[in-house]
Ligand binder design. Structure first.
Ligand code: SAH
Length: 263
């Protein structure tokens, strides 16, 4: 069976065997584990995963590919194929014996951010996640305070998980080749959040507001939300910019706003 890649589904199929091997080796998968692959496509990662003897669920949106996968892997009794949109899929229904899921995907770049947050809503049932993403996005996820790429995605992702760039993947590794460089990121949800956040929506709001004009000082960018003296009382310099604040700083700003809301 042949398949013509569909742009609207973000289809860039991996065909570089060295890269596939490198991804697989970095996973250290074992046969007792429960794995979930998002967007298996034509099975470039699915096939080597199955040879490891693990339990694998895959979620694919393109019905033609679902048919192709069902045919290709009809002998595999440890594989379940779900024909579904991963953005709406209930991942928390997959574990069977309280085991945690290990997730992998060469993700369609247009849905990668909402999909990661959808998964993190269920992070209690997730052991770790390995994703192929645009390198630019991986750099932003992993950025530390003070760097140019540090922003909303860094703060919010680092609230949920430890983040690590494993390696870069050049465009030629895919068919068709995307225009940009890609990279593999490892995300491991924290057992306990690294900081206390009383209300995640408020954290999100403060972070969006603070980074909405990166070049402004906090005194100005947060003017509508929080008084300068209150910022000082949290030991944060109101003359600094959002990009130097740590996750803990954002947490204390958002917790203060929640307290104020209640009074
Ligand atoms: N893993 C394969 C395919 C990567 S291309 C490989 O590495 O070669 C991205 C895959 O995600 C495609 O198969 C595409 O059809 C699928 N996809 C796109 N949007 C999706 C969604 N919302 N839910 C599940 N799969 C999706």
């Amino acid at each position: 069976m042949t398949h013509t890649p569909r742009k609207r589904f973000g289809q860039n199929f991996l065909h570089d065997h060295t890269i596939i091997y490198n991804i697989l080796s970095s996973l250290q998968a074992t046969s007792e584990e429960h794995w979930v692959e998002i967007g298996p496509g034509m099975g470039a990662l699915t096939e080597p995963l199955l040879t490891m003897g693990l339990h694998l669920d895959v979620v694919e949106l393109d019905r033609d590919l679902v048919a192709l996968l069902k045919d290709k892997f009809k002998q595999q009794d440890k594989l379940q194929i779900f024909s579904a949109d991963a953005l709406k899929f209930d991942f928390s229904a997959l574990p069977q014996h309280n085991e945690k899921l290990r997730i992998i995907g060469n993700l369609p770049y247009n849905i990668s951010t909402p999909l990661m947050f959808h998964l993190l809503d269920n992070s209690a049932c997730i052991e770790d996640m390995h994703f192929m993403l645009q390198k630019e996005v991986v750099d932003r996820i992993c950025a530390i305070p003070g760097s140019k790429k540090y922003g909303r995605l860094s703060v919010m992702m680092q609230y949920y998980c430890t983040t690590e760039l494993l390696f870069d993947v050049p465009p030629e590794s895919f068919d068709p080749a995307p225009k940009v460089m890609s990279a593999i990121v490892r995300l491991v949800p924290h057992e306990q959040p690294p900081v206390t956040v009383n209300n995640l929506k408020m954290l999100n709001r403060v972070v969006i507001q603070a980074f909405s004009q990166r070049r402004k000082t906090l005194r100005n960018s947060l003017k509508k939300l929080i008084d300068e003296n209150a910022i000082i009382a949290l030991n944060i310099d109101p003359a600094s910019r959002a990009e130097v604040l740590s996750l803990a700083d954002f947490a204390s700003l958002s917790n203060l706003l929640i307290e104020e809301d209640l009074t």
